[in-house]
Ligand binder design. Structure first.
Ligand code: AMP
Length: 138
């Protein structure tokens, strides 16, 4: 399995497609998932090209994991979630649908069932507000 540079996240990273951006630096982009499994579902996307965790450079992981933690805390603060799921899928049988490494931060709310993976487009205005609130909590 090789990295395909035409994947949708590569296009977002290059600015060829829009996103609800929360944060960006030299190494990563943080954005809202547009098919969220819960309110505040956020994605951390390293800029370095890899399909998933299996072919990622450990040096890139060493930089992105602290960011995943920082974003998780900001998502928790901004959404007041009761818990958070951090997920990352490797290859289609495991649930991966976009083949550029990314980490899901999915808020969990007491008594609210999490939605299905990658279904149900969220409202853009709501996503824009969430991105703003999470960015403010970073
Ligand atoms: P995975 O299945 O782990 O590869 O996750 C891919 C995620 O990307 C899913 O949760 C989708 O809802 C999400 N997604 C797909 N296209 C976009 C997009 N254009 N902008 C933001 N999120 C997206």
């Amino acid at each position: 399995m090789t990295y395909d540079p035409t994947n949708i996240f590569a296009k977002i990273l290059k600015g060829e497609l829009p996103c609800h951006k929360v944060f960006e630096n030299d190494t990563a982009l943080v954005m809202m998932d547009i098919f969220p499994q819960s309110r505040g579902h956020t994605l951390v996307i390293p800029k370095a090209a890899s399909r998933n965790l299996l072919d990622a450079d450990p040096a890139d992981l060493a930089v992105v994991i602290p960011l995943v933690q920082r974003v998780a805390k900001a998502v928790q603060t901004a959404t007041k979630a009761d818990g958070l799921r951090v997920a990352q899928f490797n290859e289609a049988p495991a649930g991966q649908t976009v083949f550029h490494l990314h980490f899901h931060i999915i808020p969990a709310y007491e008594g609210v069932a999490m939605g299905a993976h990658a279904t149900g487009r969220a409202d853009d205005e709501e996503l824009a507000q969430l991105a703003k609130h999470i960015a403010a909590a970073l």
